[in-house]
Design a protein around this ligand. Sequence first.
Ligand code: DP6
Length: 382
Amino acid sequence: MAHQATISAPVNIACIKYWGKRDTSLILPTNSSLSITLNQDDLRSTTTAQCDPIFSPGDKLWLNGKEEVVKFGGRTATCIEVLRGWRRDLEKDKGLEPLSTYPLRVASHNNFPTAAGLASSASGLAALVFSLATLYSLPQSLGQLSLVARQGSGSACRSLFGGYVAWREGTQPDGSDSIAEEIAPRDHWPEMCALICVVSDAKKGTSSTSGMQRTVETSTLLQHRLTIVPERMSSISHAIKERNFDSFAQITMTDSNSFHAVCLDTSPPIFYMNDVSRSIIAMVEELNRVSGELGYGRIAAYTFDAGPNAVIYALEKWMGLVEKSVRRWFPQEGIVEVELEQEGNKVLGKFDERVMASWGKGAVKSLIKTRVGDGPRVLGEK
Ligand code: DP6
């Protein structure tokens, strides 16, 4: 009977963005990054890995029901080879059944549209690595597994942990210290929620992989960004440790804008955000202006990956207001009254009419409500 493991792995959305590689084959980044793992009850990749000596030779992989070629020397093959090698060592040491010699069958499924611009490669590659580690009963730590997932897709290394996760760029040429680690567990700040505004579900024009390479080759602004990120990494880690949302929001939004600025500074330029994305920025800034004036500080933070969809982070108590604001997208003329509620005290704030008028036309296609979540889960094993 085939040996089998089924696991699920979460999506993560970066607050400090990874953009640029110093080594494209080992996937070593030009800067450290930091993300929040989202709840896999809402968004996940589920992967089943099997191995059996009776399978026909060669490994096979299916993504959302469609067979994918496991290209020799490609990223997926590299991850499989490393994990198989670790299993081989274990078999030699402990005299275990030679699973490493059996062909593999891996089937992975995302519960969200792959083209929706969400980090499907992150959850998918993390799921691949975690399913094989479970199948092979590997003793390696999550940190060590993150070194493998990183070689599948950089951002995937962060999806091996729940909560608040840093990927340290490292200095070693072999990548042995370019590793992900949890900086705070989900339960440290469980009120953190995320509203994903799907602006477009079309497949993105420039992939992250080719886009970031073009930025490394042509952007001078990237060099400036790289001098600033270390300070941002420590400030945001501090903000998370202190549960300081105002500071967290300021750093998250600034880093998203810095990332999109280096995209614009790339030749030819890369535009990931569209008019609706920019309108969402205007709306969140306006929301924060009103909440700031009322003494609550910033209450929402936008961030955009390599696509037009927004992820808005907000604490649970403010999420209803944020969602209501998004749903009132392009509202009727005039001033819209925004109710700010906290602990029973109702306060009325107003959006500025001129800012409202500058909002672009367009609609948010769908909203996904989620929150900070835990790391990969084992769903079944035999
Ligand atoms: C904008 O991890 O998809 O989402 O390493 O080439 O597979 P590769 O790139 P990928 O890039 C993600 C870029 C980003 C920022 C981030 O998640 O940190």
